[in-house]
Design a protein around this ligand. Structure first.
Ligand SMILES: [Zn+2]
Length: 92
């Protein structure tokens, strides 16, 4: 079932948009840099984390609701561990 959202500002229809969370080029550069470091220069100590970060940056997605009329965007945030961490902080 499709849920339609209406824009707070202009009451226009909002559309779900899925896009990359990070700059894909930057993620690719990190990934390739990680492979090169592993093969040639510094070794896997730096190369493997670089590959992991780069791979994550390329694959991570985010979902936005974007208004068709005024292009206001609302980001969908996945609540879970982050919310729990915030709650723990409040208790301290
Ligand atoms: Zn709008």
């Amino acid at each position: 079932m499709k849920k339609a959202l209406t824009c707070n500002l202009c009451s226009g229809e909002m559309q779900l948009y899925t896009g990359p969370r990070f700059n894909k080029k930057f993620g690719s550069v990190l990934f390739v840099g990680g492979i090169l470091s592993t093969l040639f220069w510094i070794g896997p100590v730096l190369g493997v984390p670089l590959m992991l970060i780069g791979g994550y940056m390329v694959s991570a997605k985010r979902q936005l609701w974007v208004c068709r009329e005024c292009h206001t965007a609302i980001e969908r945030i996945e609540v879970g561990s982050e919310t729990k961490a915030a709650e723990t902080k409040k208790e301290e």
